[in-house]
Design a protein around this ligand. Structure first.
Ligand code: UD1
Length: 458
């Protein structure tokens, strides 16, 4: 039976959504038959990793903020649930437009069920502290890509005058007299989440907060621009030092367009690299993909960018034409690093390129300690990958073969779909609820590019 595409389902913000996600996990699969050459255009959605934080930021203001270019993905629905749980009213998502009325938000506990499903819900900690001087958020557990502690969030907040204690699995955070004090915070690692939570908390602090060794991702700049529209003065976002000048009054945002998703764009570029292309991605800024583009060229692909402002920008990739059988991708070493280094969120997808390259590549994972679970699934499709600590040694093979495989997380799921596109025969990807978390209409978009792919309910 054909599965109903995730994004065609009715938008319902209630606890039923958690069960719906589980049903997708248990009963739906994506079937891919490899061998087709993909070509055409794909318009990239707004960035998941940005919009979730913009949604959290909207609860800083007593009023309605509107965000556009919002992807219809399950993580957005889950964040909407988190905000509704806190008392916000979130409008149905229509044509990428979402309005959040935060006038009735209260600093209620954000429960384990939600934090466990959506780690990014920890981003409500900073705004709740800023607005109410208190917050209770369930402590996130580890996940399949690593232990993912939040010590840097809590240590940074402590510098701003926040005390916290762990009560029955919840972080109960408070400020003295309800206000935070601006401070200098130096992060031991350029953590994206810690930088964001500190920026959000500092919006109402008394005085200036300086975050050193801050994360520099485009999503950090997007959050800063959103906060600037809320009336907060922020300087330095995108550099290692960010200054946030605490504001007395924070206003809702009339309309803000989310930055394009560089990871989604990178995923489609790999599809072009693997199958020959040409594939053109639009709606994303080529500057945000400099390192992945450099690596695609090292693999032997031809990439062309036109950067006429985000709305008119495009990247076109022409891969090695594998069907011609004459040339293969070149092996390439990659190490993941915080931006502007190579993104860990594209590591599994690029591992597929290395898996069929003509020679050996080494991929070094420096951001998450456990992000090589994907390699085992790829080996089930005939890849030759061995793991030593945080290094993966990939001996390129001529062909992958289709197999039943299981997505262990969002990006691993995308990597398996990509592998299925070039594998001989049919692959069945299980646990696709992970893929729905971050890719809008991925089956339809790949099919429109020429892939033989369908979503099935078992
Ligand atoms: C965000 C992204 C994720 C991306 C990652 C790195 C979202 C929703 N997710 O995750 O897709 O892969 O950035 O680009 O935006 N760490 C600590 N203590 C902390 C915080 C982090 O030890 O307090 C460690 C983590 O375990 C990890 C590393 O630092 O090993 C990077 O984490 P971080 O940059 O914070 O990633 P996230 O914000 O969780």
């Amino acid at each position: 039976m054909m599965g109903v595409p995730f994004e065609a389902r009715p938008f319902a913000i209630n606890w039923h959504f958690l069960r719906q996600t589980k049903e997708v996990m248990d009963k739906e699969v994506i079937k891919v038959r490899g061998g087709n050459r993909l070509c055409g255009k794909v318009h990239i959605s707004g960035a998941k990793n940005s919009v979730l934080k913009l949604m959290a930021a909207s609860i800083l203001a007593d009023g309605t903020s509107t965000i556009t270019n919002v992807p219809n993905i399950s993580d957005v629905h889950m964040m909407a649930e988190v905000l509704e749980h806190l008392g916000a009213h979130v409008s149905p998502l229509q044509n990428g437009r979402l309005s959040i009325d935060a006038s009735k938000v209260e600093p209620k506990e954000t429960p384990y069920d939600l934090v466990n499903k959506l780690r990014a819900s920890i981003a409500v900690l900073g705004p709740l502290l800023a607005r109410f001087g208190e917050a209770t958020v369930s402590m996130p557990g580890g996940c399949l890509i690593g232990s993912r502690s939040i010590n840097m969030h809590l240590d940074g907040l402590a510098s701003l005058g926040v005390t916290n204690e762990l009560v029955r699995g919840n972080i109960v955070a408070r400020t003295k007299l309800g206000t935070l004090n601006g401070a200098n915070v130096r992060l031991p690692f350029a953590s994206v989440g810690a930088t964001e939570n500190l920026m959000l908390a500092a919006t109402r602090a008394q005085g200036i907060t300086t975050i050193e060794n801050a994360a520099r991702e485009p999503e950090i700049v997007d959050l800063a621009n959103f906060l600037i529209q809320m009336g907060v003065n922020i300087v330095g976002a995108g550099s290692p030092t960010i200054c946030v000048y605490g504001a007395e009054c924070i206003l809702p945002v009339q309309e803000y367009k989310t930055v394009g998703d560089r990871i989604e764009a990178g995923t489609y570029l790999v599809a072009g690299a693997l199958t020959g292309g040409p594939i053109t991605v639009t709606g994303v800024c080529p500057q945000h993909l400099l390192m992945p583009l450099r690596k695609l060229r090292e693999f032997g692909c031809h990439c062309e960018c036109s950067d006429d402002g985000v709305d008119n920008s495009s990247i076109t990739i022409r891969g090695i034409d594998l069907k011609e059988g004459s040339t293969r991708l070149k092996p390439t070493d990659i190490q993941t690093l915080p931006y502007p280094g190579f993104p860990t969120d594209l590591q599994p997808q690029f591992m597929v390129l290395a898996a069929i390259a003509n020679g050996s590549s080494v991929i070094t994972e420096n951001v998450f300690e456990n992000r090589f679970m994907f390699a085992n699934e790829l080996n089930r499709m005939g890849a030759e990958i061995s793991i030593e600590g945080h290094h993966a040694l990939i001996k390129g093979v001529r062909n992958l073969s289709g197999a039943p495989v299981e997505a262990s997380d969002l990006r691993a799921g995308a990597g398996l779909l990509l592998a299925g596109l070039v594998a001989e025969g049919t692959s069945i990807v299980n646990k696709i609820g992970h893929i729905d978390r971050g890719y809008e209409q991925i089956v339809d978009r790949l099919a429109a590019l020429g892939a033989d792919i369908e979503r099935l309910t078992l």
